[in-house]
Design a protein around this ligand. Sequence first.
Ligand SMILES: [Zn+2]
Length: 118
Amino acid sequence: MTTITANADTENTPETYDISRIKNYRSLPRTNGEISFDVEWVLGDTTREPLSNLAYTDENGDEVVNIFIKPILIDFKRTAINFPRNRRNCLFCSNKVHNGNLICNGDTEEYGWLELLN
Ligand SMILES: [Zn+2]
């Protein structure tokens, strides 16, 4: 297990959501089929949050994901591209995805921006 820890200087912007760290297991849990993260909050409690709880629309209307989750997703993307033939499930449901994608067709309209992360 690796852990991403907040820098002490990190401001509590909407992008940090007051998260102090996120546990990044090799095999992440799923909530109703959706990939989820165990989030340790600044106030000390830990909750399991599905990915959609950690993405939001910023002041420019752009869809963005929490800064602690982003490197994990970029890593997923890199792995998916490098191993496009591996069987994997959509990040948001139990549908199978192929060819280096992270999201199934049904979830592309809402979350397609995730595929563009870089
Ligand atoms: Zn899906």
